[in-house]
Design a protein around this ligand. Structure first.
Ligand code: FES
Ligand code: FES
Length: 185
């Protein structure tokens, strides 16, 4: 039995201590927001915070994570209100979204230590791969998230959690289906 705190809750995994944290989070805890990209530490899609530090969960075993505090994208905020989440949406720094949870966690870890990172610091702290190529927008989004976190700016970009599909579509034009468009006309 391997015990740790996951998103502020005590969790015990009945798994081999050599199991990658990524598998335990996704397959045992059903926290599928953390993505499996490469499985060998190259892509960063699996990043989570471990005692506040962004780490690739495919490279951390649950034995190594024992007794530590893990935060996944599901635990970053309850209502998608974390400045990084808001700024990624506001700056349209998300395309397919597969890399986004890992990037959000890496960005949250960076901003907790450095609320006003320069472009070079962002590129160094966020080595995550994005096959859609959101990198320029990413830098803007993370710098904006830093300003929001420091209360120098306010944004409210993401739809509220639990919002109905219809209301989300009305609030976010990119989610509109043809049917929704017809209803609006
Ligand atoms: S899945 Fe962990 S770095 Fe790619
Ligand atoms: S947004 Fe598609 S991989 Fe990054």
């Amino acid at each position: 039995m391997t015990a740790m705190i996951v998103n502020q809750r005590p969790v015990r995994f009945q798994m081999d201590p050599a199991t990658p944290l990524l598998w335990a989070l996704r397959d045992a805890a059903n926290l599928t927001g953390t993505k499996y990209g490469c499985g060998v530490g190259d892509c960063g899609a699996c990043m989570v915070l471990v005692d506040g530090e962004a780490l690739r969960s495919c490279l951390v075993t649950i034995g190594e994570a024992e007794g530590r505090s893990i935060v996944t994208i599901e635990g970053l905020s309850r209502d998608r209100s974390h400045p990084v989440q808001q700024a990624l949406v506001a700056e349209q720094a998300i395309q397919c979204g597969f890399c986004t949870p890992g990037i959000a966690m890496a960005a949250a870890g960076l901003l907790a230590k450095n609320p006003a990172p320069g472009e070079g610091e962002i590129r160094q702290a966020i080595p995550n791969l994005c096959r859609c190529g959101v990198y320029p927008r990413l830098v803007r989004a993370i710098q904006r998230a830093g300003r929001v976190g420091a209360r120098r700016e306010r944004i409210s970009a993401a739809p509220a959690p639990g919002i109905s599909a219809e209301d989300a579509a009305a609030a976010v034009p990119a989610l509109r289906s043809a049917g929704n468009d017809e209803e609006e006309r």
